[in-house]
Ligand binder design. Structure first.
Ligand SMILES: [Zn+2]
Length: 336
């Protein structure tokens, strides 16, 4: 069922997908449906990078392609988000930094820290992904869960980007929901192998947003920020110990803080196959992580917006399979 096809065939599926999922007709079908799993995606998510670039950008084409191919999702599930408005971005990021992004004025050093060469297309992509997370948050409040095929860009600070992150989508969405007085208690559950340093920094003086990061203690960033709860994991931790720790901490913080929405960063760089992560989590363990979080949030009646985060296994099929598991879990658990 979850066979991933060779790239050539993928491109055929994806080419058809891209035309279909960006059509407004499909958005309308989904919004008219009583219950629907909303998934944010646009062809621009798979941004063109120089050849041999180490970021696996192709995953953003392969994930929707696989989910359509196997029948987990149909075209009706996808919507193409608009562009996040400047005034919404500026609730989180400084005008100086945002101007540099828009005017292509990042220095060579700033671009090196981000890891992508600047371009108008890249800025446009980030604004669209960010709006995808905002829209997914709104859909999650209605249906329990919604997912963005990209996002979870947790290394973006208010005044700079780093680690493949330019805009902090969870922070922008949270600040938007707070400003609009839609919510007043939000939690970020960041389970990428890298600490959510940008998110921790942005919300360090914001009591309405609780930041939880469970990450490899010896992974980048080597200078950690302070989240509301940081759990630094030892190298080589395996499934059982990892899932036990997650269960314990998740139950505690949910009981105490009772968030009205959880922003779940479901990075798959916790896998033992990851080139950068130092943990020893199996594909099955990563799947159980997603199921554990989603099951618990559903039982607790807390909506969840899920974004992808990182994943750097050498074999892109493993990255795609692990990310697809998040969508499969959401569909099954929420019966959407
Ligand atoms: Zn990561």
């Amino acid at each position: 069922m979850y066979i991933i096809y060779a790239h050539k065939e993928w491109y055929n599926i994806v080419a058809a997908t891209q035309n279909a999922v960006t059509s407004k007709i499909f958005i309308d079908i989904c919004s008219m449906a009583e219950k629907c799993l909303h998934v944010a995606y646009d062809a621009c998510y798979a941004h063109n990078l120089p050849e041999e670039h180490r970021f696996p950008m192709l995953k953003y084409e392969l994930i929707p392609g696989q989910l359509l191919h196997e029948g987990t999702l149909t075209n009706a599930n996808f919507f193409s988000p608009g562009i996040c408005k400047d005034e919404v971005v500026l609730l989180t990021h400084t005008p100086q930094y945002f101007d540099k992004l828009k005017l292509q004025q990042l220095s060579a050093k700033e671009q090196r820290e981000i890891g992508f060469p600047q371009s108008p297309a890249l800025t446009h992509r980030e604004l669209q992904i960010t709006q995808g997370t905002i829209d997914c948050a709104m859909y999650a409040l209605k249906n329990g869960v919604a997912l963005n095929v990209a996002g979870g860009t947790h290394h973006a600070f208010a005044e700079r980007g780093e680690g493949f992150c330019l805009l902090n989508d969870f922070a922008i969405a949270s600040n938007y929901l707070l400003r609009e007085k839609i919510l007043d208690r939000i939690m970020v559950v960041d389970l990428d192998v890298h600490q959510g340093n940008g998110t921790a920094s942005i919300f360090k003086n914001e009591p309405r947003v609780f930041t939880f990061s469970m990450h490899g203690q010896h992974n980048y960033p080597f200078r950690k920020e302070e989240s509301d709860l940081d759990v630094g994991l030892p190298d080589g931790i395996e499934d059982e110990a990892y899932l036990d720790l997650l269960t314990m901490h998740l139950h505690q913080i949910i009981a105490v803080h009772r968030p009205q929405l959880v922003c779940f960063q479901a990075g798959v760089d916790i896998l033992h196959t990851d080139k950068y992560g130092k943990l020893n989590i199996s594909l099955e363990g990563c799947k159980k992580r997603d199921e554990l979080v989603l099951n618990y949030l559903k039982e607790s009646g807390i909506p969840c917006v899920l974004a992808m985060g990182g994943g750097y296994s050498a074999d892109i099929r493993i990255i795609v399979e692990a990310h697809c598991n998040s969508f499969r879990a959401a569909k099954l658990i929420y019966d959407l």
